[in-house]
Each structure stands twice: as C-alpha cells, then as structure tokens.
Design a protein around this ligand. Structure first.
Ligand code: SF4
Ligand code: SF4
Ligand code: SF4
Length: 244
C-alpha cells in the first residue's frame, strides 16, 4: 500500500465512522450550547483543529476529516475541478456570521461557565437513535449535491465552517515563520506536465504554484497527491520555517 492509498483508506474509515462522530463537528450544537453558557465538544474540537493548524496546516482535511472522506469518494463520480478564487470566500462569510452568533449568545448567557464535551452526545456516539440519522443524511445530501453540481470537494471550498479556523492558524504560523509542515518545490526540475494540477483534490493550479515559487495556498490540504504524482519529484513535504 502506497502513501496515497493509505491516506484514502484513512479518509474512508473516518467517513464510515461519521455516524459516531458527526455531532463533535456540529455547527449547530456549538451554538445551542453557547446560548446556555456551555462549551460543547464541537467547540473543543474546533479549538484543537485551530491549534493543530499552527503546526501541520490543514493536514486534518487531507488525511482524516470524515466530510473530506465523503467528498473524496464523490470525486469518483464527478472529478471536475471546483471553481476557486472568490467562490472560496463564501465559507468565510458563513463562518463570520456563525462566529458572531456564538459570541453573542455566549455573552448573553453571561459567558461560558461550563465545559461539557458530551453535550448532546451523552451516550458518546452521535447517532444513538434512528431519528438522528435524519441529521446525518441531510449533511451527506448537502455534500453530495455540492460535489456533484460544482466539482471536487466543493463543500470544503464553499461551506465548510471548520476550514477558516485552520486557515487562520496557518496565516499565524506564516507570520511568525517558525518550523511547521508545508510544501516545498524545486521549480528548476519542473517539466510542466501538469500532472500535479490534475491530481489535486482541491483543484489548485499546482503547476502555477511551482512555477511561481509559491507553494503556500490557503486551500491546500497537504494531502500529498502532488508530491506523489510528480514524475520529477519536484514537490516535497517539508517541516521548515519561512514562506516562499
Ligand atoms: S475543509 Fe472542512 S469538510 Fe473539507 S476536509 Fe477540511 S474540515 Fe473537512
Ligand atoms: S497542492 Fe498538493 S498537497 Fe495541496 S491540496 Fe493540492 S495536491 Fe494536495
Ligand atoms: S507534476 Fe511535477 S513536473 Fe509535472 S508540472 Fe507538476 S511539478 Fe512540474
């Protein structure tokens, strides 16, 4: 089993465990809990994702996210590139409204006074009765519709409420320039075959990133597809400081 097969296996396992874990990523439970002054499990998970991004960027997205796993499977059905650029800004708009709602409700409740990791997951697993499967299927349907209509990992590009936490973490590490996980490229060896761009699950123009000597991209999920696809070993993972 090579690295990419292993990565995809992890994503698929994570996706199949989604009924157990889905509420720990819930954008709704965090809001409801905040309105009662409670820090829920999802709040702690989002905080952990932010902290992890300070060191490993969006590795979570490329290797472990259940929703990413679902969308990876859907790439087999619609492998077209999703439009990036200003379309990617939609998720930041959603995120900003959501964050302000959480802060407002928490402040109205007199601040967060309780931590309850298992808020709404008292039985630890998320889907513990058949009715809750409705939530699960709604989420899967939204991801499927976006992927089928707009292309590869469209949900990651346009609606994900978790991605901005990790993008912010990455910006901070880039500003502070301490060693962290990133991509490096030796552009002199590139033969412009564009295999990296075609392989990128986030529809990035990796070839252009290499040519421009700028491998930092807020949508890069460090999946390593470009690293493992390049016939000239131009791109590599690097645990180093500095921004190209
Ligand atoms: S962008 Fe969001 S949905 Fe996509 S892999 Fe990352 S955390 Fe998961
Ligand atoms: S640029 Fe490379 S590591 Fe980043 S998302 Fe695309 S294929 Fe994955
Ligand atoms: S796959 Fe490698 S050689 Fe081909 S365009 Fe990308 S970086 Fe250049």
């Amino acid at each position: 089993m090579n690295r990419q097969e292993f990565r995809k296996m992890l994503l698929i396992i994570s996706f199949f465990m989604f009924p157990l874990t889905i509420f720990y990523f819930s954008p709704y439970i965090i809001v409801e809990a905040a309105s009662k002054g409670i820090a829920s499990g999802s709040m702690l998970v989002f905080a952990l994702l932010f902290l992890s991004s300070l060191v490993v960027g969006r590795l979570w997205c490329g290797w472990l996210c259940p929703s990413g796993g679902c969308q990876s499977i859907l790439i087999q059905v619609n492998g077209k590139d999703a439009k990036g650029g200003r379309h990617d800004l939609i998720k930041y708009l959603i995120w900003t409204v959501w964050i302000f709602t959480i802060v407002f409700l928490a402040a109205s409740a007199g601040g967060l006074h309780t931590i309850n990791f298992f808020y709404h997951t008292e039985n630890v697993i998320s889907i513990d009765n058949p009715m809750k499967f409705i939530v699960y299927y709604v989420v899967i349907t939204i991801l499927a519709v976006l992927s089928l209509a707009f292309g590869k990992r469209a949900g990651c590009h346009y609606i994900c409420w978790m991605a901005p936490f990790m993008v912010i973490g990455r910006k901070i590490r880039n500003m502070l320039k301490y060693p962290s996980l990133r991509l490096r490229a030796n552009k002199d060896d590139c033969i412009n075959c564009r295999k990296c761009s075609r392989a990128c699950p986030m529809s990035l123009d990796v070839n252009a990133m290499v040519s421009n000597g700028k491998m930092e991209n807020s949508e890069c999920i460090l999946c390593g597809e470009c690293v493992d696809t390049c016939p000239k070993d131009v791109i590599s993972y690097s645990f180093s400081s500095g921004v190209e």
